[in-house]
Design a protein around this ligand. Structure first.
Ligand SMILES: Cc1ncc(C[n+]2csc(CCOP(=O)(O)OP(=O)(O)O)c2C)c(N)n1
Ligand SMILES: [Mg+2]
Length: 206
């Protein structure tokens, strides 16, 4: 968030010390723990901001994996903007559904029910969602082998993998310490997610 100019050290410490001042702590006004960022999607008068021109971040929440159903919803919104003609007029909310939702989660948090509901729904709906599991081998002090079947979330997800003629999704295992190769895989994954796929079609009924 510092690198993309969406936060700064003053805001970081304001959130850490639960500062209620919205100028210093714009993300949650002191209500959340540190590193819970979000971007404002409305203007002071309550109207929608121009979401196409800003970097949009949906806030994390303290219950691990609770971001997952919201990530599916955001990705589904993008798909709807792509496919539903009646939504094309809202040019300030979406660039014709070209957005990809990039969502991150810790390895231990993949044990939560929300995670499994979300990956199943994403595999069926074929929405532009990229899920990045930060696998550091621990959930606080619990080692991965006591937390995840086969000690590997990519192995455990194998049955969800996309095959010729099926839905599902692509799975890639990366080296977390090799930043440049991660960037390459992210680029590839995001391009794949952005490709139009139409296994389900949506129509807006009044
Ligand atoms: C639903 C829920 N249960 C328990 C916790 C307490 N808790 C906070 S972080 C954490 C471990 C998370 O581990 P992991 O997902 O691997 O993320 P990491 O910190 O290792 O990146 C737990 C159990 C929580 N925040 N929410
Ligand atoms: Mg972890």
């Amino acid at each position: 968030m510092f690198a993309i100019g969406e936060s700064n050290p003053l805001q970081y410490f304001a959130q850490l010390y639960a500062d209620p001042d919205p100028q210093r702590e714009p993300f949650s006004h002191g209500r959340q723990m540190n590193c819970h960022y979000t971007s404002r999607n409305t203007l002071p008068d309550g109207e929608w901001a121009n979401l196409v021109e800003i970097k949009n971040t949906g806030t994390d929440m303290s219950s691990t994996a609770s971001q997952m159903p919201r990530a599916v919803g955001l990705a589904l919104a993008s798909k709807l903007f792509r496919e539903v003609n009646e939504l094309k007029q809202f040019k300030h909310l979406s660039n014709n559904g070209n957005e990809v939702c990039f969502c991150t989660i810790g390895d231990a948090s993949t044990s939560e029910g929300h995670f499994w509901e979300a990956v199943n729904a994403a595999g069926v709906l074929q929405v532009p969602l990229v899920i990045f599991v930060w696998d550091d081998g621990y959930g606080i002090s619990v080692p991965r082998e006591y937390q995840t079947t086969k000690g590997s979330i990519s192995k455990a997800l194998k049955g969800f993998e996309k095959e010729e003629g099926t839905n599902g999704f692509y799975i890639a295992a990366l080296k977390g310490w090799d930043y440049m190769s991660m960037v390459e895989v992210f680029n590839e994954g995001i391009s794949l997610a952005r490709k139009p796929i139409h296994p389900l079609s949506f129509t807006l009924k009044s």
